[in-house]
Ligand binder design. Structure first.
Ligand SMILES: [Zn+2]
Ligand SMILES: [Zn+2]
Length: 107
């Protein structure tokens, strides 16, 4: 069974084909370590949310503000009109994102 794991050394995420304990020699991480732990939070909580499109993984089809989001995106992401909780974003949040957009365009 595939396992979502994290490197014990640097915290990098990786999907392994088997449970880390089943390896005689675990695959090497980009940081050089060979020590992976199962990311149980990802299995227990996040994968269910991803499959059902809940929580942070809720899909949103709004048209966005400042920049037109013409594609489904994660609710609460930049330019989305909503917060992750489903509440509309506040004017302060709009302004902060607008400012970031202008900073990025100039910088
Ligand atoms: Zn690592
Ligand atoms: Zn949206």
């Amino acid at each position: 069974m595939k396992r979502h794991t994290r490197c014990r050394s640097c915290g990098r995420r990786r999907k392994l084909p088997r449970h880390p304990d089943e390896y005689l020699t675990q695959p090497r991480c980009q940081c050089g370590a060979r020590s992976w732990r199962v990311d149980s939070y990802r299995h227990r909580v996040e994968l269910k949310q991803i499959r059902k499109g809940l929580g942070r993984y809720a899909r949103c089809y709004c048209s966005g503000h400042a920049l037109v989001l013409g594609y489904p995106h994660r609710r609460g992401s930049a330019w989305c009109c909503y917060q992750g909780s489903g509440e509309p974003k506040t004017l302060e949040q709009y302004a902060a994102e607008q400012k970031r957009f202008e900073d990025e365009r100039i910088g």
